[in-house]
Design a protein around this ligand. Sequence first.
Ligand SMILES: [Zn+2]
Length: 209
Amino acid sequence: MNEILDFHTHCPVATSALISVDPREFDPRLGLCYSVGFHPWHGIDRLTDEDYELLDRCARHPQVLAIGETGMDHLRGAPLDCQREAFVRHLRLASLLGKPVVVHCVRAAQDILSARHQAALDSVPLVIHGMRSGERVARVLLDAGCYLSFGEHFNEAAVRLTPLDRILLETDESPVDINSIAAAVAHALDLPPEQLVAQVTANARKLLY
Ligand SMILES: [Zn+2]
């Protein structure tokens, strides 16, 4: 069992990390861990049934521990209705397989939560990745049970509002390494970095295994 510290990266060789890939590019290497999904920026209005069948097959692979990234973005990508439909398909698959979902959410917290609720999938765990929003949005997401994954850029007040057992960390596409990000978040929390790292790996373990 791998310990996951970096909950979301696109780096294809990252260890101690959950590597996010498009199912059409899924080519697992031994010993690495993955999440698979169709990113809302990348032509999700043109996905076919075959694409979703491929997603379903990849999602069942033993090295795939989560679904995503998927989600909704008000600033970029396909029309929001298409994004919502794709997001809900990912949620259904996650529910079926008992895996959490890595969520891309740009000015769409309310849309994400209401899509999950309308699909009667409130029990599917959501990890809001690249969390940059402030306290107000953090509160809404936390009240809905979401985990918040913080990266290079984060709002300090939102970090301090987040219970320790709901915090995750990520590099995403940043060149900054995960330990530096852990140090910055730990500083905002006034915690020793090693304590935060232990907590975050425990959070990831609980969610993924
Ligand atoms: Zn990403």
